[in-house]
Structure formats: C-alpha cells, structure tokens
Design a protein around this ligand. Structure first.
Ligand code: PBG
Length: 345
C-alpha cells in the first residue's frame, strides 16, 4: 500500500489520449447517423434556413448532391422532408405520385445508387417523414374536424387514412423506411396494413413513438415554411410524462414498428434510456432543430467550443441508448470521424 493509503486510482485510465481511447465505452460511427434533409418545390437555388445556420431547403438538384455527399461520407441514412408549392386543408400533395416528397425520394434513391455503383459500398437508407403538417394549409399534422365544443381538432381516424396513402406513395417512390411522426393513435398498425396490402411488406417503419410537444422544434417550422398557429399538444406528448413515453413505445412495438424513436433527444435522455432498456428492436433518437440551433448560436458567440459541444451532445444521445441518431450535424461529424477523431469530444 502506498503511503497515501489510496487503493483505487481511476485517473490512471484518463492519463493519456491512448488509454482514454482504449477504454471509451461509447463512440460514434458515420453508419449510425441519419441526416435530415429538406426539399422544396419550385426553388431555383437552395434557400438558407436562418435559424439553422449551415442547413438549407434544397432544390431537387441540390438534394441529389447532398444525398451523394451523405453516401460518400458513409452515413447510415437520410430522412427526407418535402415542402410543397401548394397546400390545402387535407394536404393532398402529401400522397400525390409526383408530389415534392415523392420526387425527392426518387432523386435520393438515384443519387445513392450512383455512389454505390462508383464505390462498391452501401449508401444511406432512404427514409421519409409521414406527417401532414408540411402539406396542410393550417399546418396541423392531420385533417381537422369540429370538436365537441365546435373548435377544430385533429381527427385521429380520418388522418390515419391519409397516412396510409402517404406511406404507399412513398414506398412506390422508393422509400426504404417510412417514418410516421404525427402521433396519431394506431398509426403504425394502419401503415403496416396499407404497405402490406400494396405489396410493400419489405418497407420498414421507423416510428416516432415518444414524440413530445416541444419548443425545440421552433427552427424546423422555418425550415418547412410552417403555417401553424397554436400548438400540437392534443397529439404530441406532455414534457411532464416519462412513463407515458414508454407506453407509447410499447404500443408501437406491438403494432409492428421495426424501429422506435424518441424525440427530441437531449431533453429526453431518460425516456430514451427507458425505451432502449425495454425495446428489442433498434432505437433511434432525433436531435432536433432547436438543439442544433442552440449549440450553433452559442458557438457563434464564442461561448462554447463548437466541435467539442457537438460531439458531446451526440455522444450523450448514444450513451443514453440510441442505436441510430438523427442529427443535422451527421455529415460534418462523419468528416471529423474519418479525419481521425474518435467520435468523442
Ligand atoms: C413533423 C415533424 C416535425 C419535426 C420532425 N417531423 C415538426 C413537428 O412535429 O412540429 C421536427 C424536427 C426538428 O425540429 O428538427 N413533420
């Protein structure tokens, strides 16, 4: 025994970059990252999203380039969102065979195929969001009906029919994974049935299972030119509830979800850990627009170290149990990783 009497010295395993790398319990890999991308109908040039510095609304042509870059960087997936030129009460462009999201999916698949052909490596899985908020003129995630007191409410079951049609349209366009984000009850089962009936039993469902009503979606509203007034609290979850998030995940698993998601990520790491502990399918987490914007804004002011903060925020999501992480930094992180960083701050 040393004269100090200290037996345990955990600092030994922190003493050098070599040993820290060896004993790291978690690290990031490009193949676990999914890049969300926005494609807007009728754009001539990509349009910067001011609240998400570095992110843009893509034209179909620049979407192709972005997906090709994601493929070359070895990313695991891309998640596509479409912004139509015309909106209506039922969001009819959401399921139009030539609607912007379907066109984006086809362009993405072509870009992936081209890079796969050139490199011989698997490209990103092409995923698409199933939700009506980008397509309705009122900005809600479903169709509206008069509630008991005459005020409009989102009609759960009427919305499910629209999601089913959207899923089939996306699958026809080539989506490999469809991702219902509207928090309607029963959405996974209805989408699974519709896909199977249309011959798309091979298309997977990544369910936004525990999706909370969150101010951290604020910048996303700019990204999709959202028209929403009010909020989504009658369908998205209440921040006070963790147990309910686990129940939502259980229901989606029972309905046949191939993967389940928690969203936002950073403020819900407890829910993520809980879902990861009870799920025997892969678990995803979405680091949302506001999480991105906060770190970008603080870094732009010189208040925090940008790269270390980005890596710590994403690594924390991994540590809490996410197998798959959706993050707007996916491409940049992949660049750091292949540049020799280990995916740790
Ligand atoms: C719904 C959807 C939203 C996000 C992903 N899918 C917006 C919402 O539910 O209000 C938010 C993603 C983000 O903030 O980065 N189409």
């Amino acid at each position: 025994m040393s004269t100090s009497g200290i037996v345990y010295r955990p600092r030994r395993l922190r003493a050098t970059p070599r040993v820290r790398r060896l004993v790291a319990e978690h690290r990031l890999h490009p193949a676990d990252l999914v890049l969300p991308l926005f494609v807007k109908e009728g754009l001539d040039e990509p349009a910067p999203i001011s609240s998400m510095p570095g992110q843009v609304q893509h034209t179909e042509a620049t979407l192709r380039d972005a997906v090709a870059a994601a493929a070359r960087a070895g990313l695991g997936g891309v998640m596509l969102f479409g912004i139509p030129a015309h909106r209506d009460a039922t969001g009819s462009q959401a399921e139009a065979p030539d609607g912007i999201l379907q066109r984006g999916i086809r362009a993405a698949r072509e870009a992936v195929a081209a890079v796969e052909h050139a490199t011989g490596r698997p490209g990103p899985v092409v995923m698409a969001d199933i939700c009506l908020d980008e397509f309705t003129d009122h900005g809600h995630c479903g169709v509206l009906a008069d509630g008991p007191d005459g005020t409009p409410v989102v009609d759960n079951d009427a919305t499910l029919e629209r999601y089913a049609a959207m899923a089939v349209a996306q699958a026809k366009a080539g989506a490999e994974v469809v991702s219902p984000s509207g928090m309607m009850d029963g959405q996974v089962a209805v989408i699974r049935d519709a896909l199977d009936e249309a011959g798309f039993e091979h298309v997977s469902i990544l369910a936004y299972s525990a999706k909370y009503a969150s101010p951290f979606y604020g910048p996303f509203r700019e990204a999709v030119d959202s028209t929403l007034t009010g909020d989504r609290r009658t369908y998205q979850m209440d921040a006070a509830n963790a147990r309910e998030g686990l129940r939502e995940a259980d229901l989606d698993l029972a309905e046949g979800a191939d993967m389940v998601m928690v969203k936002p990520a950073g403020s819900y790491l407890d829910v993520l850990r809980g879902v990861a502990d009870r799920s025997d399918v892969p678990v995803a987490a979405y680091q949302v627009s506001g999480e991105y914007a906060m770190i970008e804004a603080a870094a732009a002011n010189g208040w925090i170290d940008r790269r270390a903060s980005v890596l710590e925020s994403v690594l924390s999501i991994r540590r809490a149990g996410a197998d798959v992480i959706l993050t707007y930094w996916a491409l940049e992180i992949a660049g750091w990783l292949t540049g020799g960083l280990e995916g740790r701050p």
